[in-house]
Design a protein around this ligand. Structure first.
Ligand SMILES: *[C@@H]1O[C@H](CO)[C@@H](O)[C@H](O)[C@H]1NC(C)=O
Ligand SMILES: CC(=O)N[C@H]1CO[C@H](CO)[C@@H](O)[C@@H]1O
Ligand SMILES: CC(=O)N[C@H]1CO[C@H](CO)[C@@H](O)[C@@H]1O
Length: 480
């Protein structure tokens, strides 16, 4: 901000105002069809998975009371179920899982295949009673309308690991034994088969790896994880495709859930055409922050004609601002068709509801919860993703409803943002109402407040944006 002297007294009382920004939505653009929002179950659900209030808050659009607080339901339609890698039995008298000295117990997830003696899921090598709470939340999520279920793995079962430690190998080296590559595929396919046969749950997709190129999965880790070289991934994908087919499962393969956009690019360039032909969707995690060639990854996905999801994002900013920023960058450059938050219940600003995954205690919703409401309650499956021409404005269109949803943020000095629909074939009548919701991305700020004070005029509507405020607009009577 530049201060101009001399200032008149009148000027001092006026706010500094930036020129209006106008986003002109490109009605001809099409960056794909939105598939939904979601969360990974794993740790939080293994702890809190028996709670109906949480299932309602995350997997319906209903207003729900959680710990005395009324929350707008987030309406997620995607749930990722974590096939655990841990069990505490002793095999052949002396072989047991090795736990990292830094392990956080709530991050070891009970696995179903507890020893290598038999591949038969009805034998005593398998235990189908474990992990009841995470399964309960998956069941509740499906009952409430989840349409996309994914089975994912952070590490092969501990006994397939070279050092028997499901947190990783020494120094982050590949930790699966060479003779267990097919077994990891058998594990994933058998879990999917048993979920179908025992609980009538058909996983839409199976994702056999989690951040496999990362070198931070090591034997002193705090959670399950396993580095897997790209050729190893290719081999496992081949086996997994065979084991899915031989069990008559409808599940498709999603891969490789790399941490960074650039790792996903390099993975796709090296994994080989055979593996690529067996992968139905590219999953990538959003941990490269503001850097990484999201655009290159999008182009590769287009070239291979695969959908592209940001299948995992999580961060510590409890006010939601950094999350919103990364989502906007994703939408602008990577155009994912779904966006999945890592742990909706967690501590240290990571959760949408603040909770301690170890002690099982829960506090209130964070500001981030309401930032999520600005997105997931309005941007719904089936909507077409449009180009707004501006990096801080996104637009989605629902053809059956003739409805345009616009989400915009201002990160800096307060100003007006205009949204111009001059390029649409049909626009709302002069003076029609545009509904808006707004959340201030700062602790203690307003939370998802609905207002009916905006009207459509000429080809536009506009709204005043306070600094760090996210607003969502719903405009009806729009035609492309
Ligand atoms: C799961 O798939 C099986 C076999 O294809 C089918 O019979 C069953 O109805 C499906 N269950 C659900 C809930 O879709
Ligand atoms: C007690 C405990 O382990 N809490 C952890 C829960 O998860 C958050 C974020 O991953 C950690 O920061 C906490 O330490
Ligand atoms: C100064 C500043 O950051 N202004 C921003 C306000 O919001 C618009 C749209 O989000 C941005 O384009 C401006 O840069």
């Amino acid at each position: 901000m530049v201060l101009l002297a001399p200032l008149s007294l009148a000027a001092l009382t006026l706010p500094v105002v930036l020129a209006d920004l106008t986003a002109s939505i490109n009605a001809d653009s099409n960056w794909g069809t939105w598939e939904g929002w979601g969360t990974s179950l794993a740790w939080w659900a293994a702890r809190f998975g028996d709670r109906d209030d949480l299932a309602d808050a995350f997997f319906t659009l209903k207003s729900t009371t959680v710990n005395g607080e009324t929350l707008p339901g987030l309406g997620f339609t995607i749930a990722r179920y974590n096939a655990g890698a841990s069990s505490w039995n002793t095999v052949n008298g002396d072989t047991k899982m090795v736990e990292s000295s830094k392990i956080i117990r709530s991050r070891l997830v009970e696995g179903y295949w507890i020893d290598w003696a038999s591949k038969d899921p009805s034998s005593s090598s398998w235990d189908w009673t474990v992990d009841a709470k995470q399964r309960a939340m998956l069941t509740k999520a499906i009952a409430r309308g989840v349409t996309h279920t994914e089975l994912f793995s952070n590490s092969p079962m501990w006994w397939m690991c070279k050092n028997k430690n499901p947190s990783g190998g020494p120094g982050g080296v590949e930790n699966i034994q060479s003779w267990n590559l097919e077994d990891h595929a058998v594990y994933m396919a058998t879990v999917a088969e048993q979920f179908r046969d025992r609980w009538n749950i058909n996983f839409s997709t199976i994702s056999p790896f989690n951040e496999p190129s990362a070198d931070w999965w090591n034997d002193a880790g705090t959670q399950e994880g396993c580095h897997l070289n790209v050729p190893t991934q290719a081999t496992i994908i081949g086996h997994l495709a065979n084991h899915i087919a031989s069990r008559g499962l409808s599940s498709k393969i999603a891969a490789s859930d790399e941490s960074y956009f650039d790792q996903a690019v390099s993975n796709l360039q090296n994994i080989g055409s055979s593996a690529i032909s067996k992968i139905s969707r590219i999953n990538v995690h959003g941990y490269q922050g503001g850097s990484g060639r999201r655009d290159v990854l999008y182009n590769l996905a287009q070239e291979h004609q695969k959908p592209l999801w940001n299948s995992e994002f999580g961060n510590s900013g409890g006010n939601g601002a950094d999350m919103a920023k990364m989502w906007l960058v994703d939408m602008r450059w990577m155009h994912p068709t779904a966006w999945v938050y890592w742990q909706v219940l967690d501590g240290a600003g990571w959760g949408l509801i603040d909770a301690d995954n170890e002690s099982g205690t829960m506090k209130g919703a964070t500001q981030k919860y309401f930032v999520f409401a600005q997105l997931s309650r309005h941007i719904r499956p089936g909507m077409r993703i449009l180009d707004s021409g501006d990096e801080n404005v996104v637009a989605f269109y629902s053809a059956p409803e003739g409805k345009l949803v616009v989400v915009a943020v201002n990160w800096s000095t307060a100003q007006y943002i205009n949204v111009d629909l001059g390029r649409f074939a049909g626009r709302p009548a002069e003076g029609s109402k545009v509904t808006r919701w707004s959340t201030k991305m700062a602790d203690g700020g307003e939370r998802y407040v609905k207002r009916e004070d905006t009207t459509f005029q000429g080809t536009k509507f506009w709204s005043w944006f306070e600094t760090n405020t996210i607003q969502t607009f719903e405009v009806t009577g729009v035609k492309i």
